[in-house]
Design a protein around this ligand. Structure first.
Ligand SMILES: Nc1ncnc2c1ncn2[C@@H]1O[C@H](COP(=O)(O)OP(=O)(O)OP(=O)(O)O)[C@@H](O)[C@H]1O
Ligand SMILES: [Zn+2]
Length: 721
């Protein structure tokens, strides 16, 4: 090759042609550095016929500068990147960027210097040194990262190096990870688990594309089953990717994995330290990382020898990314498996309707685990009608639920209260004038957080201290909290069960791996009587002494009426109910609701999952909703409301008139102001036969908008706000 076409990491530039200087060896997928004006730009060498670009005459081509000393992006990943960009109407370069680690990872191996405490006592102790000594126990990282960890300046740490309190350590960037043992602690599987596991093992051995839906009730041992497939892939020296919906779940997973395979897997997520990120990425591309566990972002990495993908809790909506490239990691995982010719396992106790449909249609092979492991029974689910069994005034827990909690406490068993609302109260107002605290940047109420004594916006992060007086009328001590959040439920539990040991589990309290680890250890060690949590505790956890689950407000998710409201409610309640009675003692679930007649609540009460899926399937079919029809959203935003509206109208005004596609809107988005941007939405409902993406691209391409306007396309949207 003496001339190459590059995909460069700049959406505005996209594709550029270069000359290959003599002596440089290049192949498709090579990651290279190229000159761009006075600067340099990173790019991937791509098949020229697959990228549109202006033909540049030979004489005008500039020469590439350098090839990065890392393996090339494999062809099967290049095809996946193209597919993703095409399907989600996203810039190719934005998708390709997700395959790369850091610049440092691309520059090559070698060594770096990190620092750690020497253990020496300081001759001169300052408060900042004391804080640093405390924060840096057991840590080893660059000065910059340590400074961040300890919240002190780099100067303080350099002073500590000088004083012999910190010492430099030379670290090999590519030092290997300890190896996992396929049969470190293999469990005895039940017959039904064995059948599923054997099918997976065969599929891993065959090494062909094979999508599976592992549909097993809560506590059936889905993890143990897919671990057998992981073990097989390990034996074949193939890499394994396990996607989890939330980083909060990884702590629990890591422990189980280590228990089964002897070492922890490799973690990949957005808050890795840069040195860890570099090491992990390099091990992944060289094929040395055996098992990678991560959130969405682990999906596009250039695995050298991928042999299996597992998507656990595959129904979770957090697999859908709602900024940048708006892709659904569950769906792209299946496509990746297809391009890699490997099996992919979607595991869930409450599969998404879309996945069920694909299983029904024979696209996915469904494997079922209909009973809990070890003879544990599914919990007894009871409805608590809040209209006839109202909580006391100013309280949120009905007497029957309180009685049951007292009973569990007396027996030394655990209870879990679930309410999917962070903070103390979702709305705060002035008793005197009715003033409501609203976010200045978003269409949203500020949520009171008692622990941090602040009012916070859950959309943009805006925060103010709780004021002493109403900013509107000036009356002091006049603020009333309206409605419950988990913090308020925790207060109520403290009042009714003062002797109970409680744990509040939300993203506010469980924000570090240590916090999560401590929580799990305490819950397992029976040092917690009552867990109060958001959706963070609904899945993945296994606490044998937990025998009571109270759903504080099952109607919460049904409000707002988005397309998947019923399904989401079903999944959330079924998942949290699934935490009860996983050990030897049976579990009871009390669902507080004002709508016991709603189809989803009835299905939950009767444990009739099939009825729920059947009714929901019919409703979707009638509405032409996914999976029977397709949705896409166009979101138009600008800091200037008039500008956003004009752009949205221009889009609406040029909507194509097609028999298999319906365009709704533009209308102000439910979150009409978000992070200071005014937002309008259009919703497109298309038949499956429609060429949705092509139509969207052709529709929007000729339109031009002022610089401040952003137009985002969301294919298969999950969020309608
Ligand atoms: N064959 C087995 N041998 C020993 N323990 C098992 C076996 N199968 C499952 N278990 C244990 O039973 C518990 C439940 O299993 P697991 O967490 O895998 O279920 P799950 O199907 O993933 O549940 P959920 O969907 O509720 O998270 C775990 O503690 C697990 O270790
Ligand atoms: Zn806000």
């Amino acid at each position: 090759m003496n001339r190459v076409r590059l995909l460069v990491f700049n959406a505005a530039l996209g594709v550029l042609d270069y000359r290959v200087p003599p002596g440089m060896t290049i192949e498709f997928g090579s990651i290279v550095m190229a000159p761009l004006g006075p600067r340099q730009v990173l790019g991937i060498v791509w098949e020229p016929e697959r990228l549109n670009a202006q033909e540049v005459p030979e004489s005008k081509l500039r020469a590439l500068l350098d090839v990065m000393p890392v393996p090339s992006i494999p062809e099967r990943l290049r095809r996946l990147i193209e597919w993703t960009a095409d399907y989600y109407c996203a810039p190719l370069s934005a998708v390709a960027r997700m395959a790369l680690g850091s610049m440092a990872a691309l520059r090559g191996g070698g060594t770096t210097t990190e620092y750690r405490l020497t253990g020496a006592e300081p001759a001169r102790m300052t408060p900042r040194r004391a804080a640093a000594l405390d924060a840096l126990q057991g840590e080893q990282a660059s000065i910059r990262e340590l400074a961040e960890l300890a919240s002190v300046s780099e100067g303080v740490l350099r002073g500590m190096v000088g004083a012999g309190l910190l010492e430099p350590v030379t670290v090999d960037l590519d030092r290997p990870y300890p190896a996992a043992w396929a049969d470190f602690a293999a469990p005895d599987l039940s017959a039904e688990q064995r059948a599923a596991a054997d099918t997976f093992v065969t599929a891993v051995r065959d090494g062909e594309f094979a999508p599976f839906l592992l549909d097993g009730v809560t506590g059936s041992g889905k993890t143990e089953c897919y671990f057998e497939a992981v073990a097989e892939a390990l034996q074949l020296e193939r890499q394994i990717l396990v996607l989890l919906p939330e980083i909060a779940l990884t702590e629990n997973f890591l422990r189980r994995f280590e228990h089964r395979f002897g070492v922890p897997p490799l973690l990949w997520h957005s808050s890795l330290k840069s040195s860890e990120r570099r090491r992990a990425w390099r091990a992944i591309v060289r094929g040395e990382a055996q098992v990678v566990v991560g959130a969405r972002s682990a999906l596009f990495l250039p695995y050298a020898r991928l042999g299996l993908i597992v998507v656990d809790e595959a129904h979770e909506v957090s697999f859908k990314q709602d900024d940048g490239v708006r892709y659904n990691a569950r769906d792209v995982a299946v496509m990746r498996a297809k391009f890699e010719s490997i099996p992919v396992i979607l595991a869930s106790a409450t599969p998404a309707l879309e996945s069920m449909q694909l299983a029904e249609a024979g696209v996915y092979r469904k494997l079922e685990l209909p009973s809990r492991f070890g003879g544990a029974q599914l919990p007894d689910i009871q409805i608590l009608d809040l209209r006839s069994e109202a909580p006391e005034r100013g309280r949120w827990l009905a007497p029957r639920l309180v009685e049951q909690m007292k009973d569990r406490l007396a027996k030394g068993e655990q209870s879990l209260l679930f309410l999917n609302r962070r903070g103390y109260a979702p709305l705060t107002l002035c008793r005197h004038c009715g003033y409501r605290f609203q976010c200045p940047n978003c269409t949203a109420w500020l949520v009171e957080h008692r622990f941090s004594k602040r009012l916070a916006c859950h959309h943009c992060g805006h925060e103010v201290p709780v004021p002493e007086a109403c900013p509107e009328c000036g009356t002091g001590d006049c603020l009333v909290a309206c409605g419950p959040g988990v913090e308020r439920i925790a207060d109520e539990v403290a009042e009714i069960l003062p002797e109970a040991r409680t744990a509040l589990v939300t993203s506010d309290t469980m924000n570090t791996p240590e916090a999560i680890g401590d929580f799990v250890a305490m819950a397992e060690g029976r040092a917690i009587d009552v867990i109060i949590g958001t959706q963070l505790v609904t899945k993945g956890y296994h606490f044998p002494e937990l025998t009571l689950v109270g759903v504080v407000d099952a109607d919460l998710g049904l409000e707002g009426g988005d397309l998947r409201a019923a399904e989401r409610t079903y999944q959330q309640v079924a998942q949290v109910a699934g935490r009860a009675g996983r050990g030897e003692k049976p579990g009871v679930v009390l669902i507080q609701t004002r709508h016991p007649e709603a189809a989803v609540i009835e299905a939950l009460a009767n444990g009739d999952r099939d009825a729920f899926y059947a009714a929901e399937t019919e409703a979707r079919r009638d509405a032409g909703a996914p999976p029977f029809g397709r949705w896409a959203a166009i979101i138009v935003s600008s800091e200037d409301q008039a500008e956003a509206l004009a752009a949205a109208r221009a889009i609406g005004g040029t909507a194509p008139n097609l028999p298999d596609m319906m365009v709704l809107g533009p209308a102000p988005a439910p979150l009409s102001l978000l992070r200071g941007r005014h937002r309008f939405r259009l919703l497109i409902n298309a038949r499956r036969s429609a060429e949705l993406q092509k139509t969207l691209r052709e529709w929007l391409a000729p339109l031009e908008f002022p610089r401040g306007v952003r137009v985002n396309i969301d294919i298969d949207p999950y969020s309608f706000v």
